[in-house]
Write a protein that binds this ligand. Structure first.
Ligand SMILES: [Fe+2]
Ligand SMILES: [Fe+2]
Length: 380
């Protein structure tokens, strides 16, 4: 066993699903890294430093001891796989948010920069790796939940278009965040990329088997906080007209307390609560997920599952996958594992004098959770 200092995250169970667990580490020596759990095994030829791997083919809702071996050490990590929601698996989709394409610096004083020498800037490397890993996981749709661009500039929107075109066969929804409408030096385009992917400017929807995905624009030009004023009723109209359960993607988080408890400010608590009350009153199971906070959290408002998922480009550097069943939904938040991405996101955890490393990840059971519908199941 080697000791992991405060600058490197220890080997850990980062994510759990029904049949898989993801392990990540902040600093292991070069050489083979092997994980075993029961009769399942996964291995990578590790270059040294941060990394991760996925052990699959486990049973659902089981306690497992995962043994992780590397050159010169090993550790046993207990885990529990998630239960499967009832019924057949109908669809898989993914979300990413807070890509901040065009950003060069990170940290409270913006003093953290990428010294890796890569030609491709770290936000693009992280976003591109996230989408590639989500596609490999099985995502049939990608929702980009805002702050795709660092600033409202032609240069940054060109990078958003480049990313959309890199995965041009993958259906996408693209929602503006506050950074996309910050009024720096241009105006948000109607579409990005050669594929002409539109920005959602009010409410859009995409129906998959078992779920209606609704994307809504909560951004207010020139303001950091968000608003439901233009989109609350259109969202509820799309929701009440749906013949299947709902997934509502927003950029800004729905605040709980009357006073914001943390930065950045999202959507005011009274507006958020009224919206969730009305959504709960619609006879369809619903999940709402946002970005903006660059952190991972989950809660329930009556029947509605409400989650926040972190950024692709700063610690822990994640994307979210959703597996839709006839009787429920499962969220997994996975760290981006590609070396040229995780090397940056591991470094970025030292922001705010290391406080970011503890604040952003959220507990495992708020990143990865299965929710069985308590009300009428999908009809599709
Ligand atoms: Fe952001
Ligand atoms: Fe934001």
């Amino acid at each position: 066993m080697i000791l992991f200092g405060p600058r490197a995250s220890p080997p850990q169970i980062w994510a759990v699903e029904d049949t898989a667990v993801q392990l990540t580490w902040g600093d292991l020596p070069p050489g083979p890294v092997v994980a075993t759990a029961g009769s399942s095994r996964a291995a990578v030829d590790h270059l040294g430093g941060p990394g991760g791997l996925v052990v699959d083919h486990l049973g659902p809702d089981r306690a497992v001891d995962v043994e992780l071996w590397w050159s010169g050490g090993s550790v046993t990590l207990p885990a529990r796989t998630l239960p499967q929601p009832p019924g057949r698996l109908l669809a898989r989709f993914a979300t990413i948010s807070d890509l901040h394409l065009g950003a060069l610096r990170w940290g409270a004083l913006k003093t953290m920069t990428d010294s890796s020498g890569h030609e491709v800037p770290h936000p693009y490397r992280c976003a591109s790796a996230a989408v590639a890993e989500a596609v490999e996981w099985g995502a049939e749709l990608l929702v980009i939940k805002g702050d795709a661009a660092q600033h409202e500039t032609d240069r940054d929107f060109a990078a958003v278009g480049q990313l959309a075109d890199e995965f041009d066969s993958l259906p996408m929804l693209l929602i503006p965040g506050n950074h996309d409408v910050d009024g720096r030096a241009g105006s948000i385009p109607l579409t990005v990329g050669r594929r002409r992917l539109p920005f959602t400017r009010r409410v859009d929807r995409f129906d998959l088997p078992g779920v209606r995905v609704i994307a809504a624009d909560t951004a207010v030009p020139g303001r950091g906080s968000g608003s439901l004023a233009r989109v609350c009723q259109p969202i509820l109209d799309e929701a009440s007209g749906s013949d299947r359960p709902l997934f509502i993607a927003l950029h800004h988080q729905l605040q709980q307390g009357r006073l914001p408890r943390h930065w950045p400010v999202g959507i005011s608590a009274p507006d958020s609560t009224r919206f969730l009350d009305r959504l709960d009153g619609i006879d369809r199971p619903a999940t709402v997920s946002s970005g903006h906070t660059h952190r991972n959290r989950a809660r329930f408002h009556r029947s509605v599952m409400v989650t926040e998922v972190g950024s692709t480009k700063d610690w822990p550097g994640v994307w979210a996958g959703y597996a839709v069943y006839e009787g429920g939904i499962r969220q997994v938040v996975r760290r981006i594992m590609r070396t040229d991405a995780i090397t940056w996101t591991e470094y970025s955890r030292m922001a705010l004098n290391g406080l970011w490393g503890r604040w952003s990840p959220g507990p495992l059971d708020q990143r990865c959770l299965a929710h069985a519908w308590a009300r009428s199941p999908t009809t599709v």
